[in-house]
Design a binder for this molecule. Structure first.
Ligand code: UDX
Length: 447
């Protein structure tokens, strides 16, 4: 099938590559000429396992195209994906200007029926806006053309985006016209083998499903972080508690890992956007507000432990930092807890020696050259002459470090772990002081 994808960001590029891989003829449109030219030369703007070869192979095979020409894009696909960004505006609501601009463009150039799919994470009611914008544009053109708007939210995870897209757990389709479903069944058929993953519903329910999913996951994390804070004050070990509750299948083991807060491009933005949506319609979403507050506080946890340990004596200290990305297998530092940590340490006059397997150039791009940030080539180099090690991301190769070497390299055997990678007793046996989230030296019971 001929498909057009507007917006070559994370969601758009992965979706386009995967659709091309199964044989669809996919045209990607973006206003960013540099990005389009880079992609044509095989330069992928994001780090995502498996994506670069997929893009290159399908581009060379001629079933994945890149253009800045919107008219070409509209003419190409009977199905038009809107996968442009919805950045938060000043008050945290999702800004829909890019989405509505694409809708207008599609209506401006279309000369036959189109199915328009909202793939971006958009507030409830956006499909109605897309429909209104398109209808107005067609009226202005004096055209009687018909079109369908479908909400088809994306649930991919960074770092596993290609796999998630290739083998989706569900394909949520929200539409008010059942005639739009058959072409979408055909589009997604290669991803829908063995058992039917399509969940059909009305448009608004599909739009809310995306937010409900992300907010539920964020809630699980903030809940666990709150339990970890309580464990510290009550003298318990949150990792034992996690295992204890996860064994109940109604709770489950997934997504109950305490840590230094959730980051990334989705959870913080989506929780905030749903709060704003609720407030706009006069509803106080108390639980979501708490989820956000707990997470914002949690990002300060590591800096608090450091201050608790060193008192006011932080000026001039050097901290080794392992992990800059908001999670492993990505170079993305958006809303990462490492940023809150570094910025606090800098304010206190400390220097950070950081290492991340993928996010070094991203850190360079965000912070530029500064004397108090040293980007180190290896995780061992980051330890050199440092007063302590701080861990913000659970990259696999941080899990079994050479503790003897670490002890020799650090000025003192001291670790602040925001991802609970190690067993406190083992570290104590080796002579380390080990602060973690809801366990280790962080546990200081008040009763
Ligand atoms: C998320 C959703 O998982 C995905 O379905 C949606 O489409 C987009 O948002 P992503 O942002 O890529 O995906 O990352 P995810 O793996 O969900 O992790 C988000 C954050 O939560 C990370 O900072 C991670 O460290 C944190 N997290 C996750 C925890 O602190 N504890 C957990 O138990 C799980």
């Amino acid at each position: 099938m001929k498909v057009t994808v507007f917006g070559i960001g994370y969601v758009g590029l992965v979706q386009a590559a995967v659709l091309a891989e199964v044989g669809h003829d996919v045209m990607c449109v973006d206003i960013d000429e540099n990005k389009v030219n880079a992609l044509k030369k095989g330069n992928i703007p994001i780090f995502e396992p498996g994506l670069a070869p997929l893009v290159q192979k399908n581009y060379e095979a001629g079933n994945l195209h890149f253009t800045t020409n919107a008219k070409t894009g509209v003419e190409h696909g009977s199905i038009q994906f809107i996968a442009v960004g919805t950045p938060p505006d000043e008050d945290g609501s999702a800004d829909l200007k890019y989405v509505t601009a694409v809708a207008r463009t599609i209506a401006e150039y279309m000369i036959e029926h189109k199915i328009v799919i909202d793939k971006s994470t958009v507030p409830v009611g956006t499909a109605d806006k897309v429909r209104d914008v398109m209808a107005a544009e067609l009226r202005q053109r004096g055209c009687q053309l018909s079109f369908d708007v479908v909400s088809n939210p994306e649930f991919l995870k960074e770092g596993a985006a290609v796999a998630d897209c290739m083998r989706p757990e569900r394909i949520v389709l929200g539409t008010d016209n059942s005639a739009a479903i058959e072409p979408l069944r055909e589009l997604y058929e290669p991803f829908n083998r063995n058992h039917d993953r399509m969940i059909l519903m009305d448009i608004r329910s599909a739009e809310l499903t995306k937010y409900a999913a992300n907010c539920m996951l964020a809630t699980k994390i903030s809940f666990m972080n709150e339990m970890a804070n309580l464990a510290e004050l009550l003298g318990a070990d949150i990792e034992k508690v996690r295992q204890g509750i996860g064994s109940d299948p109604r709770i489950g083991y997934h997504f109950i890992y305490p840590g230094s807060g959730y980051g990334g491009s989705c959870f913080p933005k989506d929780v905030q956007a749903l709060i704003r949506t609720a407030e706009h319609i006069g509803y106080q979403p108390k639980l979501l507000q708490a989820v956000e507050q707990v997470n914002n506080q949690q990002k300060h946890k590591l800096a608090q432990f450091i201050q608790q340990h060193f008192g006011n004596d932080i000026q001039g200290k050097i901290f080794a930092l392992w992990g800059l990305a908001f999670k492993p297998n990505t170079d993305d530092m958006r809303e990462a807890s490492s940023r809150v940590l570094m910025e606090t340490l800098w304010q206190l006059g400390a220097t950070v020696q950081a290492y991340d397997p993928e996010a070094m150039s991203e850190a360079q791009r965000i912070y530029g050259q500064r004397a108090d940030l040293r980007l180190m080539g290896t995780k061992e180099a980051a330890l050199q002459d440092a007063d302590a090690l701080v861990i913000c991301t659970e990259w696999q190769n941080f899990r079994v470090p050479d503790f003897d070497l670490m002890k020799k390299t650090l000025k003192q055997p001291l670790i602040f772990d925001g991802r609970n990678l190690f067993d406190p007793d083992r570290l104590y046996a080796r002579g380390f002081t080990y602060y973690a989230i809801g366990r280790g030296a962080s546990v200081q019971p008040v009763i």
